[in-house]
Design a protein around this ligand. Structure first.
Ligand code: FAD
Length: 534
């Protein structure tokens, strides 16, 4: 048998979304960079982002105002220093993206079309969202992928999962524990490979796949959070999951988001019998904030035992609908749903992981040699609720600040000579894939039912009990059978599920995205929920 490949690079970037690729492009040319991507290079949440990126580009707007809006959305839980750092560095980081070739929409009214068209989204007191029609993420990701693929200083490994980080203590090296590389599951070759690196950057995105319904692509299985936790890093605020109120409910299109702009333009939410219900929950009805609308939908679904509710904009003129929502209109037609004539089946869906691996303002984690940037990280920006369009911005700002820090520190860091080999001597091929599939479905369903939009202590405890059983089963499976993508993801998801539930149990109040019937009020002087590995 051929020995497994062992790579060596200066910086191993795990993830190829806005965070990973912006960092890789900034470092390339200064040192060797390897980018790892679990699926095709462009697959990740970044590709699907619709609305845009927040940054102060209008002279009537200000960084202070962006900071204030973020702090208000975060419901008293943001780290002001982090918010100021990100809002203060927004403009030059977005300008960097423009310099890479991203074409944001401009004002048609200016003579040279040289002013960006800025939209306004919920919670922003100014127009400050740069966008590329209703497919901003596609414009960003496609541009960055094109640049990275063409860069001679970036080595790309697609369809390869990082399995776990390797730390110096496993090599018996003296001194502070640091990350020295990673094990990689090469899906095509079906074997584990090794990568030595002087610095490792986690840019693996969020963990919304832990829920039955999500707007996220399949890759969002919390791998980075689980790997960092197993290696010894603290995580924070994982009880704050943002649920988007309106995700299409359809067997052939599980993750399709229906933008808030539909409700902004007059769409109603209806029960299966056609009656409206949001006015019963909030005077702002369909235009109440995301968390309130999501809770109203969840309440009605549970009360009526309905699979979904409906979003209806068919009362607006046909030409208006086609002009304002061309992407959604076309997509729905392929599923035989006519936006002009019928209500759309929807469910709320897990959308964004506000917590994550704890980092400082350079993206440094608790372990030397390990950075975390983008949705995988907890920087303190989002607090208890994320302000729309701040997440792509966070990816860009930390892509920049971590790259600067790595460049400064790299000369003093030596490469290790060897990693401990991956031991497969006691495993065999699985003959029970069905068990994995079952565990996967069970986990996502009870997370949805017990740890979703509305929580209670009893439901959380129930979930924790089931997680403990699943963890035992999956650990046993992991020890006995060769790994597969499914096994790696479910192992990480169950780990992240445990961290989410434990964080939720610690918060004895309802705040922002965490709502529990047992503690409906807010407590004074809130603190982040920090979990420390044993
Ligand atoms: C439908 C939708 C709409 C959104 N709209 C907006 C918006 O308008 N504005 C905004 O600011 N935000 C928006 N967001 C959120 C935003 O898109 C994400 O937070 C952001 O793109 C995350 O970028 P990232 O680089 O951290 O991760 P991602 O873009 O998710 O990339 C993660 C990368 O990590 C890789 N990866 C994961 N695990 C492993 C592993 N084990 N081994 C190797 N590689 C791995 C994946 O292959 C992928 O390349 C939206 C999200 C969704 C889903």
């Amino acid at each position: 048998m051929q020995p497994p490949t062992e790579y060596a690079t200066d910086v191993l970037v795990i993830g190829s979304g806005a965070a990973g690729l912006s960092l890789a492009l900034r470092l390339a040319g200064h040192c060797d960079v390897m980018v790892l991507s679990k699926g095709p290079l462009n697959e990740g949440s970044t590709l699907y982002a619709q609305g845009g990126i927040a940054a102060v580009f209008d002279e009537t707007d200000s960084v202070d105002s962006h900071v204030d809006d973020t702090l208000i959305a975060g419901a008293g839980m943001c780290d002001r220093e982090a918010v100021e750092f990100i809002a203060g560095n927004a403009r030059h980081c977005v300008q960097w993206l423009i310099d890479q070739g991203v074409l944001f929409d401009t004002e048609a009214s200016t003579p040279a079309g040289d002013r960006y068209h800025l939209t306004r989204e919920g919670g922003h007191s100014h127009r400050r969202i740069l966008h590329a029609a209703d497919a901003t993420g596609k414009a960003v990701e496609t541009t960055l992928v094109g640049k990275a693929a063409a860069h001679p200083g970036i080595q790309i490994l697609e369809r390869c999962n990082a399995v776990d980080l390797v730390t110096s203590n496993r090599l018996g090296l003296p001194g502070t524990r640091r990350v020295v590389g990673a094990y990689i599951w090469n899906r095509a070759k079906e074997r584990v490979e090794l990568c030595r690196a002087r610095e490792v950057v986690l840019a693996t995105g969020g963990a919304s796949k832990v829920y039955q319904y999500t707007t996220n692509p399949d890759i969002s299985s919390g791998d980075g959070i689980a790997m960092a936790w197993r290696a010894g890093c603290r995580v924070a605020n994982l009880e704050f999951n943002q649920f988007h109120p309106t995700c299409l409910f359809h067997p052939q299109a599980r993750n399709f988001l229906l933008t808030e702009a539909l409700r902004g333009e007059g769409a109603y939410l209806r029960r299966p019998d056609g009656s409206r219900f949001t006015p019963d929950f909030d005077p702002r009805a369909e235009l109440a904030p995301r968390d309130i609308v999501a809770r109203a939908i969840d309440h009605e679904m549970k009360r009526l035992r309905a699979d979904c509710m409906y979003l209806d904009i068919s009362h607006r003129p046909e030409a208006f609908i086609r002009q304002h929502f061309p992407t959604i209109y076309d997509k729905l037609l392929t599923l035989d749903i006519d936006l002009n004539r019928q209500p759309i089946p929807i469910v709320p869906a897990a959308h964004y992981t506000c917590g994550g691996v704890m980092v400082d303002k350079h993206g440094r984690t608790d372990l030397d040699g390990l950075y975390a940037i983008g949705e995988v990280s907890y920087t303190g920006l989002h607090g208890a609720n994320r302000l729309a369009s701040n997440s792509l911005l966070e990816c860009l700002v930390y892509g920049w600040s971590a790259a600067e820090d790595i460049q400064r520190r790299l000369p003093a860091i030596a490469q290790v000579r060897q990693l401990p080999p991956w031991d497969e001597s006691r495993v065999s091929n699985s003959d029970e894939e069905v068990v994995l599939q079952h565990n996967w479905q069970e986990l996502r369903l009870f997370m949805w039912d017990y740890v979703g939009i509305v929580r209670t202590t009893k439901r959380l405890e129930r979930a924790l009990h089931r997680i403990e059983l699943l963890t035992r089963e999956i650990d046993e499976y992991y020890s006995n059978f060769r790994i597969s993508n499914n096994l790696l993801e479910v192992r990480n998801l169950v780990q992240v599920a445990e961290l989410i539930v434990k964080s939720a149990l610690q918060r004895k109040e309802s705040r922002g995205l965490h709502f529990t019937l047992d503690y409906p009020a807010m407590q004074p002087d809130p603190k982040p929920t920090i979990l420390q590995p044993r």
